[in-house]
Design a protein around this ligand. Sequence first.
Ligand SMILES: C[S@@+](CC[C@H](N)C(=O)[O-])C[C@H]1O[C@@H](n2cnc3c(N)ncnc32)[C@H](O)[C@@H]1O
Length: 130
Amino acid sequence: MGPEKRPIVRTDAAKFITENVPDNCVDCFHIYFPDPWPKKRHHKRRFLNSSNTDQLIRCLKTGGTIRIATDYAEYFEQIKQVLSAKNETLREIDFLPTAGAQIGEWVGTNFERKYLKEKREIFTIGVKKA
Ligand SMILES: C[S@@+](CC[C@H](N)C(=O)[O-])C[C@H]1O[C@@H](n2cnc3c(N)ncnc32)[C@H](O)[C@@H]1O
């Protein structure tokens, strides 16, 4: 048997999910260090808003998860509010480090490693579709 094929798509995630991903088919969305758009007038560009979260919920299988990490405290507060507003469907779960994470890391991505070197705090949250 050949190597597992894992397609990579480089496009706007919100548009891709909305237009291409069927209902109830995703095991896990990994959303690590989404752009925080720090200027207030740019907050509307943040990926983790209510309507994109509804799309993620639509695509998740029952029991499927969303895992999020950010170094940006104010965005993390917004993310928690967005997720808790969906508490009829989403339940918080423990955020365990990914298989690729080294000791002291949560997810082991390039940006996490950069931020850890800069001694920035990393915030994580995981939720599961009930
Ligand atoms: C701060 S980097 C984090 C990259 C990686 N997840 C990590 O942890 O190392 C944010 C990434 O999100 C991508 N990005 C920003 N807006 C996006 C969107 N609407 N759809 C898909 N990717 C997006 C950017 O191109 C960039 O690669």
